[in-house]
Write a protein that binds this ligand. Sequence first.
Ligand SMILES: Cc1cc2nc3c(=O)[nH]c(=O)nc-3n(C[C@H](O)[C@H](O)[C@H](O)COP(=O)(O)O)c2cc1C
Length: 306
Amino acid sequence: MTTNPLKINFAGLKLKNPTVLASGILGYSAESLMSIVEGGAGAVITKSIGAEPRAGYANPTVVQTKCGLVNAMGLPNPGIDAYVQEIRRAKSALSVPLIVSVYGYSAEEYAATARKAAEAGADAVELNVSCPHVKETGSEIGQNPAVLSEVVRKVKAAVHKPVIVKLSPNVTDIVEVAQAAVKAGADALTAVNTVKAMAIDAETALPILSNKHGGLSGPAIKPIALRCVYDICERVKAPVMGCGGITNWRDAVEFYLAGASAVQIGTAMALNGSSIFTTINRGVETYLKKKKFRSVTEIVGLSHRS
Ligand SMILES: Cc1cc2nc3c(=O)[nH]c(=O)nc-3n(C[C@H](O)[C@H](O)[C@H](O)COP(=O)(O)O)c2cc1C
């Protein structure tokens, strides 16, 4: 019998491979999540959902640059009470773990939204404490270890599913924030969300995004994300999902070597389509075979050995 070299257990979630859809990219309806699974993803994460419906910002909300996307969507979402229907539909249709991303303006709001998501069938929740462009939530919470700890503690008390904390790279010391999250009970971490950025139009002489500021994703942020994962894995004992600029199998391998047990893919999926998951997984499998590793778990953190 042949064993699957890509299967992993991530904080209790059984994944047939370690590639995961990042939050906010096609991850809204049950149908779009199903198309991602058909493309080969080992798990999917929904768009971030809050306690109340939110319209998001006026267009333009996304700018394509030479090195990636700058977005300020403004967390558009229907609110958890409407979204529970979609979670139930997605849960019954999907063959892989469903992770629901949640955000809030207080610890109580994070906890109440996470509880409703878990009750509707989410296999885990990811806390978006790192969105760089909406005031009083996101990175305003994730940049403050004391406030973050309170959020994690309240969510852990409210749900009995794995809680993954998604960190911001827009901090002085990401390790300090990661340590606070894990000490407060986080089961796992995602590193990272987008890097604060903007774009200006030379013709109109104005910022392009309606919100002026946004978050940069894609190839430009890969070395930043890789450094964040490496530094966290040096000091923190918790499973980590690497995220930021992963575009091909070699990028994924670099994140595993830095210490990530799984990787999330966002911008590259948006630009290349959902088959990117299968393409990356095949490339990683070939690499493992060539280097005589039996499982992807054998290369997790290998670059820390010197
Ligand atoms: C259009 C767009 C929307 C996003 N929406 C969310 C979101 O709702 N919640 C969240 O946690 N991250 C969101 N992100 C961030 C991604 O999940 C990811 O952390 C980031 O894009 C870096 O990964 P990538 O370079 O593979 O895209 C969004 C990114 C993009 C490009």
